[in-house]
Design a binder for this molecule. Structure first.
Ligand SMILES: *[C@@H]1O[C@H](CO)[C@@H](O)[C@H](O)[C@H]1NC(C)=O
Ligand SMILES: *[C@@H]1O[C@H](CO)[C@@H](O)[C@H](O)[C@H]1NC(C)=O
Ligand SMILES: *[C@@H]1O[C@H](CO)[C@@H](O)[C@H](O)[C@H]1NC(C)=O
Ligand SMILES: CC(=O)N[C@H]1CO[C@H](CO)[C@@H](O)[C@@H]1O
Length: 696
C-alpha cells in the first residue's frame, strides 16, 4: 500500500472516530455539594478536587527546590543582552526609544537556585524580619522571579502591585500591608522617591538595576531608606548564608492588589496551597508540558495568570525567557528596525496571553495581508476559508496533504511572527472574542486554552480543553474547582432555565483564596463557607452551562463593565447622567469587554424632538421616520455628549454611537420593571441587531 493512501486513510478514520467521540464528549458533570442550592459541576476526569500534582509537595518553595535539584543543568531563566539603546526621531519630530537586543543569556536551574538562596540570605542580612512584608514593584523580569522565590524560601509574604494602579493606590497598598522592603527597578524607584513622604513603613529598597537614580540619594541621606542594589544583596547573602525557613501550605504567599471596580484597591491573600492548586490544575491541561518547552514571559507578574504560569513552568523543568510587550515581535514598537524581537530569538513553544495582545497580533496580520493585496491576499483568504470549514466539520482540510500545503504556502509566515514553534497559548484575564480565537487557531495552528478565573479564586475556575474547537465559551471546571450556578431572580437568570441552566457563578476548591487583606466586611460579602467547610467565592458573573458541561459567560451581575483596555464603565451611573438631556426619554448604555468604547440605545422624547424638528422645518410622515433621520440622530447625540461632558464623564464613558428609538419601553413589553427600571437583558435581546450594528 502506498504511503499516500495510508496518509489519507489513517487521518480519515482517525477524524471520524474523533468526531464521533467529540459529539458525546462530556467535559463537566454534575456534582453533589453543600452550600446554597444550585447547579454544580466538576471536571469529568477528576472525581475529587486536585490540590497538588506533586507527591509530598504542598508549597511553592518546595516545588521550586525539588525542580531545581531535578533539572540542575537545564536552562531556567533567560534574559536578553542589551546591545544598545538608541533614540529614533520620527518625521513629526517625536522621538522614540529603540532597543537593540541580543541573544538570551541563561541561568540553569542549579544557578538559579543558588541565586535564590543568596537573595534569601541577603534579605535576612539586610535586617528584613520574616514576619515583615516585602513588595515587588517592577516589570516582569528574571530578578522578579528570583526575589519571589527568595521570599518564599524564608516564609516572607510578597505584596504585588499592578503597575497601572496609580500613585494613590500604590501608597495605599504599601501602607496597608506595612511593607518594610520594596524591590523595584530604577524606573519604579524614581516614582517611589517622589512619594517618599507618604511611605512611612518602608525601610529598605532593593534596586534591580545597577543605575540607582541620583534623586534617590537625598532620601537615603535623610536616613529614612537604605538603598541596596540587587547584586549587593546577592553578595551579602553569599558571604553570610542563612538557613531556609519554609512556609506551610496555609501560609500566605502573596497579597495581590487589584483595582476595585470602585474606590480603593483590594489585596487578595493567596496561600501557597491556593497557588499550588491552580498550578497543578493547569498542568493537567497543557498537553505534555516538560523540559523541552520554552515559555515566553512578558505579562505582568503582578497578575495571577503570569505568576501561576511561571511557577508551573519552573516546576516542570521548562525554560522561561523574558521579554516585554513592546519588544515581542520584530515589528514591535521598541525594537530597532532590522533587529529581532523576543519571540524570534527565543522561539517559544508555549505562551500566556491576554485578549488585547492577541487582538493586536490578529490586526497586524490582517493589515499586512491587505497591504500586500493581489495574489497573496487571495491565497490567504482561500487558505483561511478552507481551514475554517475544516474546523467546522469537513474533515479533508484538517488533516493530511492539504493542511501541509497551506502551512507551507501561507501559515508558516504567520507562525514565524511568534518564532514558529508555538504549540499552546494560554489566554486569560478577559474573554477572548470568537473571531480572534478562530483567527489565532487557524493562522498559528496552535490551540488556545482559554481560562476563566479571578484573582480571588487564584485564577482557578474553568478552562477550555485543547480538543475543544468551539469558540465563545470558557470550558469546563478546572480539576481544582467546583463551579456552581445559583439563581439570580432579580436579573432573570434561573437554574431552571432551558435549554441551558443559567445563574450567578460561584466557585469553590482549594484554589479559593482566604479573602481580602484587612477587609473582613468585604470578605464576608463575597466569600461564604458552607456546612461542609468548603469556601465559595461569589463572582458576580452570570453564566450558562452547555450540554457538555462547559460554561459560557453571559452577563455581569453588577452593571459595571470592564472595557477592552481595562476601564470600568458603570452603566447605571452613565445612564443617570445622560438621561438629563431633554431629548432622552429613556436610555440603556451597552458596553462589552471586546470593545474599547460603549454605545447606547436611546428612546427619544417625542415632544422635545418634534419641537426641534418643527423649528428646523423638517418634514416627515411619522415620528419613527423622524427618528431614523441622520440629522435627528446627530442633534440628539450632540446633546448627549454635552450633558455627558457637563456631568464630567470620562471620554470612554460617553457612548461612541447611539441608536434612536421612537417607541417607549414598557413593562407590558417586559423591557422595564414595574418600578420602571430598565431590564438590561430583555432590552439587549430585543435590540440585539441594533446593538450589533452600532459596533460595526
Ligand atoms: C510563616 O509566617 C507567618 C507570618 O509571619 C507565620 O504566622 C507562620 O507561622 C509562619 N509559618 C511557619 C511554618 O513558620
Ligand atoms: C497608613 O496607615 C495608617 C494605619 O495603619 C494610617 O493611620 C495612616 O493614615 C496611613 N497613611 C497613609 C499615607 O495612608
Ligand atoms: C462555521 O460554523 C459556524 C457555526 O457553527 C457558522 O456560523 C459559520 O458560518 C461556519 N463557517 C463556515 C465557513 O462554514
Ligand atoms: C483555604 C480553603 O478554602 N481551603 C479549602 C479548599 O478546599 C478544600 C476542599 O477540597 C476545603 O476542605 C478547604 O477548606
Amino acid at each position: 500500500m502506498s504511503a499516500y493512501i495510508v496518509g489519507v486513510l489513517v487521518p480519515l478514520v482517525f477524524t471520524l472516530l474523533l468526531r464521533n467521540s467529540k459529539k458525546e464528549k462530556k467535559r463537566g458533570i454534575p456534582v453533589d455539594v453543600g452550600g446554597e442550592p444550585g447547579h454544580a459541576l466538576r471536571n469529568c476526569r477528576f472525581t475529587s478536587l486536585v490540590s497538588t500534582s506533586w507527591e509530598g509537595i504542598s508549597t511553592l518553595a518546595e516545588l521550586f527546590e525539588q525542580s531545581c535539584k531535578e533539572h540542575g543543568d537545564k536552562y531556567l531563566l533567560g534574559t536578553r543582552q542589551l546591545i544598545s539603546r538608541e533614540t529614533e526621531v520620527a518625521d513629526n519630530g517625536r522621538s522614540f526609544e529603540k532597543l537593540h537586543l541580543g541573544e538570551y543569556e541563561w541561568l540553569t536551574y542549579g544557578q538559579a537556585f543558588e541565586t535564590v538562596c543568596n537573595f534569601a540570605s541577603g534579605l535576612a542580612q539586610l535586617g528584613h524580619k520574616k514576619e515583615e512584608r516585602v513588595a515587588i514593584f517592577a516589570d516582569t523580569r528574571a530578578e522578579w522571579f528570583v526575589a519571589l522565590q527568595g521570599c518564599f524560601r524564608r516564609n516572607v509574604t510578597v505584596v504585588t502591585i499592578y503597575a497601572s494602579l496609580g500613585e494613590e493606590a500604590l501608597c495605599y497598598s504599601l501602607n496597608e500591608t506595612e511593607v518594610t522592603t520594596v524591590i523595584c527597578g530604577s524606573k519604579e524607584l524614581k516614582k517611589l522617591v517622589d512619594l517618599s513622604g507618604q511611605l512611612d513603613t518602608v525601610k529598605h529598597v532593593i534596586c534591580m538595576d545597577p543605575d540607582i537614580p541620583s534623586t534617590a540619594s537625598s532620601v537615603e541621606q535623610s536616613g529614612r531608606w537604605k538603598i541596596t542594589s540587587f547584586a549587593d544583596v546577592q553578595i551579602l547573602g553569599r558571604e553570610n548564608p542563612v538557613d531556609a525557613d519554609y512556609p506551610v501550605s496555609a501560609d500566605v504567599a502573596v497579597i495581590m492588589y487589584t483595582s476595585g471596580s470602585t474606590g480603593l484597591p483590594k489585596g487578595v491573600m493567596m496561600t501557597h496551597g491556593n497557588v499550588l492548586a491552580t498550578v497543578s490544575a493547569v498542568m493537567t491541561i497543557v498537553p505534555d508540558l516538560g523540559s523541552k518547552d520554552v515559555y515566553l514571559a512578558y505579562l505582568p507578574l503582578a497578575h495571577v495568570l503570569e505568576l501561576a504560569a511561571e511557577n508551573l513552568i519552573a516546576g516542570v523543568g521548562s525554560a522561561i525567557g523574558y521579554g516585554t510587550p513592546l519588544t515581542l515581535t520584530d515589528t514591535s514598537s521598541k525594537i530597532k528596525r532590522g533587529t529581532q524581537g523576543d519571540a524570534s530569538v527565543l522561539r517559544p513553544t508555549v505562551m500566556a496571553s491576554v485578549p488585547a495582545i492577541l487582538d493586536r497580533v490578529r490586526d497586524g496580520v490582517r493589515k499586512k495581508v491587505d497591504a500586500k493585496g493581489g495574489l497573496s491576499k487571495k491565497l490567504f483568504d482561500l487558505a483561511y476559508a478552507r481551514r475554517l470549514s475544516a474546523i467546522n466539520g469537513s474533515w479533508f482540510g484538517a488533516w493530511g496533504l492539504e493542511k501541509l500545503l497551506w502551512n507551507l504556502l501561507v501559515f508558516s509566515k504567520v507562525r514565524a511572527i511568534l518564532g514558529g514553534r508555538i504549540r499552546f497559548i494560554l489566554s486569560g484575564g478577559a474573554p477572548l472574542s470568537a473571531d480572534t480565537q478562530r483567527f489565532i487557531n487557524i493562522c498559528l495552528g496552535a490551540p488556545i486554552g482559554q481560562g476563566y478565573g479571578l484573582t480571588e479564586t487564584c485564577a482557578g475556575g474553568t478552562f477550555s480543553e485543547v480538543d475543544d474547537s468551539s469558540v465563545g465559551r470558557v470550558g469546563a471546571p478546572l480539576p481544582c474547582s467546583f463551579i456552581k450556578l445559583i439563581d439570580w431572580p432579580e436579573g432573570g437568570y434561573l437554574t431552571s432555565d432551558s435549554p441551558m441552566q443559567r445563574g450567578e457563578i460561584v466557585i469553590a476548591g482549594p484554589n479559593v483564596t482566604v479573602g481580602y487583606f484587612k477587609n473582613e466586611e468585604k470578605t464576608k460579602e463575597v466569600y461564604k463557607v458552607d456546612d461542609k467547610g468548603m469556601r465559595w467565592f461569589y463572582t458576580g458573573d452570570v453564566g450558562q452551562v452547555h450540554a457538555d458541561g462547559c460554561l459560557e459567560i453571559i452577563d455581569r451581575k453588577k452593571d459595571i463593565v470592564k472595557l477592552q483596555h481595562g476601564e470600568y464603565v458603570s452603566l447605571g451611573k452613565v445612564e443617570a447622567a445622560l438621561i438629563v438631556s431633554p431629548y432622552v426619554d429613556n436610555i440603556m448604555m451597552h458596553a462589552d469587554p471586546f470593545h474599547s468604547y460603549c454605545v447606547a440605545l436611546v428612546v427619544a422624547s417625542q415632544p422635545a424632538v418634534e419641537e426641534w424638528a418643527a423649528k428646523q422645518g423638517i418634514v416627515y410622515n411619522d415620528f419613527a421616520e423622524l427618528c431614523e433621520k441622520e440629522e435627528t440622530v446627530k442633534e440628539v447625540y450632540a446633546s448627549i455628549v454635552k450633558v455627558g461632558k457637563n456631568a464630567r464623564l470620562d471620554k470612554f464613558e460617553i457612548p461612541a454611537k447611539i441608536k434612536l428609538l421612537s417607541y417607549p419601553w414598557t413593562s407590558e413589553a417586559g423591557l422595564v420593571t414595574a418600578a420602571l427600571k430598565i431590564k438590561r437583558e430583555a432590552i439587549r435581546k430585543a435590540f440585539a441587531d441594533d446593538l450589533a450594528r452600532l459596533y460595526e
